[in-house]
Ligand binder design. Structure first.
Ligand SMILES: NC(=O)c1ccc[n+]([C@@H]2O[C@H](COP(=O)([O-])OP(=O)(O)OC[C@H]3O[C@@H](n4cnc5c(N)ncnc54)[C@H](OP(=O)(O)O)[C@@H]3O)[C@@H](O)[C@H]2O)c1
Length: 298
């Protein structure tokens, strides 16, 4: 089967004539190439979850997000093997849980993550939450730096880090993460964090990019834009993330959603659309009130 790309929108058409989409790559500050959409896997567990991941890889995603605490690293590894994709073409991620921030425990946890997935390496490994009250995220970061040296991971990153946490990493280790994965959606656009990431050359990755399919998907303004462009509200939201320079991580169990969520490269939002969508920001726009300054996860 020969695939060829039309550069304008990264549509690939196999010999079968079936329509397949592709996702373009960008390059992180440490040189790792990374696609502009990641596939979210929270709640995708067991056989059904694994099959959903195989389907996602089959339709053209090449990055899978995961975490030790999602308890699906086994499903992720199995999906990688079942997909038949070349390992080097994929970007597989996991995350260190808050209960294992001690240096030695963190390294053992990463080794366990690898065993669970039956992978030789992760492309990305994140600190899942900073848990500032515990105050061990710098120690955890030193373990991630060592894990990279040992070849367990190719790129090291964080989630839910606030400016003061990034500053502390830089001051105490001199190493900044390639990515900060934060909650981000039109109701919670994180203007200050995005500006800081830009300054520090850290990629912003948006978790719960669809607000966990809450009322955001019925928002009248987004619906109006979607109607004008003949796209779905979800596609408009994902395109909005893309135009902000963020990498969204939509989770979708069904193949239909998986395909439509990738189909965002043949249209653009106007400057006015982006300005209008900026008015949707609200201080309480987080979907579950998980402020990393106080919220802790172990
Ligand atoms: N680092 C962190 O702390 C953190 C925290 C939360 C999440 N995450 C990551 O971010 C990923 C995404 O976040 P999320 O899973 O919370 O929420 P999300 O991606 O914002 O929303 C997922 C929901 O949207 C639905 N959906 C997807 N595509 C759709 C479409 N085209 N039309 C209608 N509904 C659609 C899904 O339904 P179906 O599944 O039925 O399609 C699911 O109910 C997670 O899976 C996880 O990998 C990271």
């Amino acid at each position: 089967m020969v695939l060829y790309a039309k550069p304008a929108c990264y549509r690939l058409t196999p010999d079968s004539g079936e329509h397949v989409l592709g996702i373009p790559d960008i390059t992180l500050h440490d040189g790792l190439t990374f696609p502009v959409i990641t596939f979210g896997t929270y709640k995708l567990n067991g056989i059904a979850g694994m099959e959903a991941m195989v389907s996602a890889l089959d339709v053209g995603y090449h990055a899978l997000d995961s975490a030790f605490n999602y308890e699906n690293e086994g499903a992720v590894g199995h999906a990688v093997r079942k997909s038949g994709k070349k390992r080097e073409d994929l970007r597989i991620a996991s995350k260190l849980p808050g209960r294992h921030h001690d240096y030695n425990e963190a390294l053992t946890t990463i080794e366990e993550s690898l065993y669970r997935a039956q992978l030789d390496y992760y492309d990305l490994y994140y600190i899942h939450w900073p848990n500032p009250k515990v105050g061990k995220y710098v120690e955890a970061w030193q373990a991630l730096i060592e894990a990279k040296k040992r070849g367990y991971v190719r790129s090291i990153a964080v989630c839910n880090f606030l400016p003061e946490h990034l500053e502390k990493l830089q001051k105490e280790t001199g190493v900044l993460p390639s990515i900060n994965q934060i909650e981000l959606s039109p109701y919670f656009p994180q203007d200050e964090m995005r500006a800081l990431h830009k300054k520090l050359n850290i990629l912003t990755q948006s978790w719960s990019p669809l607000g966990r399919a809450n009322k955001l998907l019925q928002d009248p303004l987004i619906q109006k834009i979607a109607q004008r462009l003949n796209k779905s509200t979800v596609q408009v939201i994902l395109r909005w993330h893309h135009q902000l320079g963020c990498v969204p991580i939509p989770k979708a169990a069904s193949k239909e959603h998986q395909i439509s969520n990738m189909d965002i490269f043949d249209f653009s939002l106007t400057e006015q659309d982006m300005k209008d969508m900026a008015t949707l920001a609200r201080p309480d726009g987080r979907s579950h009130g998980q402020d990393p300054a106080t919220y802790e996860e172990f």
